[in-house]
Design a protein around this ligand. Sequence first.
Ligand code: ADP
Ligand code: MG
Length: 339
Amino acid sequence: MKRFLTVLFIVISLVPSVFAQGRTETVFTQEIFAMDTYMSVKCYGKEAEEAAMAAVREIQRLDSLLSTGKETSEVSRVNSSGSAVLTGDMKELMELSLMAYEKTSGAFDATIFPLMELWGFSSKEFRVPGKEEIEETLKKTGSDKLSYDSESGKLVLGESQRLDFGGIAKGYTSMKLKEVFSSFDIDGAIVSLGGNVQTYGAKPDGSPWRCGIQDPFSSSGQSVIAAIEADNLAVITSGSYERFFTGEDGKTYHHIIDPSTGYPAESDLVSVTIVSKNGAEADALSTACFVMGKEKAVKLWQDSGREYEMILITKDGTLHITGGLKDSFQTNSKFEIIY
Ligand code: ADP
Ligand code: MG
């Protein structure tokens, strides 16, 4: 959630389309740049235009609330004062983040911001910090160092601590967009928030919504390695190929930090996709599972009662897909099913 707010705002189309059953339906698409990524909203049905416009307003509202690059955002205000009484979205995000911190044994940590800054991911002035700087900065991170009272919403950050909801914001946004859509007369919608997809309602031709999973090995970033059918679900991916820089040492450093080391997470995974009804949880889990690696990610899935589905892509190019997706995915790559 960095500095470029909504710089691009293009109205694409308002067109009646004829679908398989001969029905005519209005489709309305909007594309925007927000949360430092390209986003699109496509709605079908009577109030397609109104719904898509309201969705864009909601994205912009959350962007200006959560942007760490904007001094006036709610997150920046909390970060500079060190304490606050949280309400609304901020309260919800704090609680979801703390739950994720507990559930993932600290692999998801919303207090990661000082490390994001140290590596230059917030300013885009990337650099490889020294060991001592990392050690020093690690003293500021850790959600166990803040105090939060869910009854009153009172948050007190630890010494020099700062929040970054970037690992959960897009999933949270997709969850909020479902609420927005439900207040309009539309048949269905599909949203892509930088490749993180949320589907809503029915597709006009009656077929299931299909979501592509980006091929982490493709240099163009355009090709798809698998597709899944996903009705009324969030399909959220974290990968090392999404944002990275090449250091003077020739190595690449990506934007998902292992809170236990302070370095970009190194595991056997190149990409994690979580499929869930709960977008916020899917987002936090995709970031955390990427940090945890395959074995721990599978254990977490088993321990949490298999309440979501996953596609883990390991460095050797194999797809590891949880059992619940077995009948709804297609791939030409090597895969195995996890039970
Ligand atoms: P993206 O936002 O690129 O789709 P993620 O959901 O994995 O991918 O989020 C990465 C963002 O999350 C980083 O840019 C940073 O803001 C934040 N982040 C990085 N590491 C962690 C972590 N271990 N826990 C929580 N948030 C993190
Ligand atoms: Mg995430």
